[in-house]
Design a protein around this ligand. Sequence first.
Ligand SMILES: [Zn+2]
Length: 247
Amino acid sequence: MKPNINFCEGKMQKNLMSNNIEELLNSFSSLIFCFFSLCLWHKLDKRFLQLSTPIAMNFIVGLGSFLFHSKGIRLFQFLDEIPMILTISSGIIIYHEELHQQDKLKRIPYNFMQSLVCGLQTITIIANIYSKYFYIFEVLFMTFCIWICTLVYISSPPANKYYAKRTICLGFMGYGIWLIDQHYCNVYTTWFHFHMWWHIFIGIVVFNIMELYRLNICNRKKIEYQIKIFLGVILDVTIQKNGNEKL
Ligand SMILES: [Zn+2]
């Protein structure tokens, strides 16, 4: 079965690439998801175990995306896109739980939210497998993205809202870049490798969202932390192993 979407690098350079890899830069830039997942896994301790599912799913996204861009097979497209949905939906569930711990969004029962996430997740996966129209998946995927961005913003304490805003802006810039790759592909734009930049931007966004989640827990439990910013956008949170912690 053929994929229901193509990318500019593949369309413009099909004949230039080796037979082994269809989209060279799109393939290798996918590994940024694996790299950031390993960084997050290294930072994980028992206080942040809720993050283990989204981190593991994000690692699979990287592998699936690498295979999809290098081979252009529908099966690998599923391996790229279904873990994407699972990463975001597991993120939504843990962010909702965190908001309830913060006494926010109490009017919306946690169980109801969980069921809603699972229902929409199932619809999105079925649409992804059976629909030949990519835009159906795109709309459902964007719904998940807007949902998690809203939760990230609401849950961040005032001191960290600046980082949340920057991360959300980067996410929407990434989507803009993805759209340019899809709709304005020609011999000139192909040299900018827009889809490769989408991978890099979204890799950073996912990393930052997980770091913002750790910041929320630190603020709520009064755990001491330090924030460093790399390249103006990458949020690196260092947390004391045995800090002043209220459990
Ligand atoms: Zn991709």
